[in-house]
Design a protein around this ligand. Structure first.
Ligand code: ADP
Ligand code: MG
Length: 423
């Protein structure tokens, strides 16, 4: 069945223009066409017909299913600058975890360019999914479900993953589960340690989030505190840019700080009010700016290492102090730290040391599960399906923070107050 024949069915009017299932299946085999068309429609002016934005995917046999019988699940992540796919087996064990990073696309701009990220996802997603299935030695017809990051994230980037997953779900007749990206990061703690106990405290530290949660025995997450301005990863990235280090900044500061003296150039630690579990990192950035202004340029390599070590130490100590304060305030003894910044070697060392001292059970996922990956999305989607959550075959992207309900709680809405204290 040729593409010309398929296009004569006018698929942009909706899938019900196809005569039969064979025609539809043949069209599904052209996922890049679908994604490209949807992307055009998404960015089109508001009066442009948007029929394809709402796919007629409400298959009654999927949404009326009372429960999900476990089987291999495919996870897809495309919320920012990593195109990722992973396969978990029916017991939740990771069979493959493929991540295609876009560092080379964005490094010359010193940050993620949303339009370029969306285009890069479009070019890579099919290859990445195929590689994940091949590595896992699972055929797509063996899949029992597909889980995909629905938000928060970049709209164009999310659109690629969500529409790819929808096409796959419809073509294969399997349920699709939309996953909140933060919920994915949280699930990564249990990927590494499936017996990690509940209730516990969870610190999510990534490029976009610095959030402290208490996770209840029923799986619900209660927000205890979050950043008022920059996220910890953002502070690493912006600090590295000021120091003239590589992109992304977190790993670059981590590397160079190992040869620096963290006491040589101390930085203030912003703790907010006493006992507060809120964070603030924008003042730290300003401190670095003033330190650089006061030092003679060009800096000696040793000075850059000392600055990086001092700057990193301020972030690490604040994160560790708040995480342990949350444990104390909630009277809990289990802590999970997840997200890209949890890959930081100094943070891992400080947390491990304090946890050992205070007899706290600590979950620190291996580096591959810290930064964005699809194994965590597949795992979170699997947990939702196992809990009897209804798969939503007409799901749409939710790019905005707090636009998705997250375990019954909104991700944002944390009250912002004025007072700031630092030691
Ligand atoms: P997102 O914010 O899109 O969820 P990730 O969870 O992948 O992204 O986290 C990316 C962030 O983690 C970036 O800000 C990056 O600088 C930071 N990061 C990655 N590795 C390290 C590291 N070793 N030390 C400190 N920060 C790191
Ligand atoms: Mg992330």
């Amino acid at each position: 069945m040729g593409l010309r024949h398929l296009l004569s069915r006018r698929p942009w009017r909706g899938f019900n223009t196809f005569r039969d299932r064979d025609e539809l299946d043949a069209f599904i085999e052209w996922p890049l066409w679908r994604i490209a068309a949807e992307a055009v429609l998404f960015f089109a002016p508001p009066r442009f017909p948007r029929t394809m934005m709402r796919l007629p995917l409400n298959q009654p046999e999927l949404t009326s299913q009372p429960g999900w019988s476990p089987g291999p699940i495919l996870g897809i992540e495309s919320s920012c600058d990593e195109t990722a796919a992973a396969v978990l087996n029916r017991e939740g064990v990771v069979l493959s975890n493929v991540v295609s990073s876009q560092v080379t696309v964005h490094e010359k701009f010193g940050g993620v360019v949303p339009e370029l990220a969306a285009r890069a996802h479009l070019g890579r997603i099919d290859m990445v999914v195929k590689e994940a299935l091949a590595t896992a030695q699972v055929s797509k017809t063996d899949l029992a479900a597909v889980a995909v990051t629905q938000g928060p994230g970049l709209a164009g980037a999310l659109l690629v993953g969500v529409n790819y997953a929808k096409a796959l779900s419809y073509g294969l007749g399997i349920p699709i589960m939309g996953v909140n990206h933060l919920q994915g990061h949280i699930a990564s703690a249990w990927l590494a340690d499936p017996a990690f106990p509940l209730p516990c405290i969870i610190l999510v530290v990534s490029g976009g989030h610095t959030h402290l949660y208490r996770r209840e025995p029923d799986g619900r997450c209660v927000l205890l505190g979050c950043t008022r301005d920059d996220a910890a990863g953002e502070a690493f990235d912006k600090g590295a840019q000021m120091l003239g280090l590589d992109y992304p900044g977190g790993p670059a500061i981590d590397r160079i700080a190992r040869s620096g003296d963290r006491q040589a150039i101390p930085f203030p630690r912003f703790h907010q009010a006493k006992n507060s579990l809120e964070f603030s990192f924008s003042g730290l950035k300003t401190s670095l700016l003033y330190r650089l202004r006061d030092l003679a340029v060009p800096l000696r390599p040793g000075q850059v290492a000392d600055l990086a070590a001092g700057y990193q130490e301020a972030i690490v100590q604040v994160l560790a102090t708040k995480a342990f304060a949350a444990l104390e305030q909630s009277n809990l003894s289990a802590l999970a730290v997840v997200g890209g910044v949890s890959a930081n070697s100094r943070l891992r060392a400080v947390l491990s040391e304090r946890a050992a001292c205070k007899h706290i059970r600590l979950a620190l996922p291996p580096a591959g599960y810290c930064t964005d990956n699809a194994a965590m999305i597949a795992s979170a989607g699997r947990q939702l399906l196992m809990r009897g959550e209804r798969p939503s075959s007409d799901l749409d992207i939710s790019p905005m923070e707090g636009s998705m309900v997250f375990n019954g709680e909104s991700c944002t809405g944390f009250p912002k107050r004025k007072e700031t204290a630092y030691s």
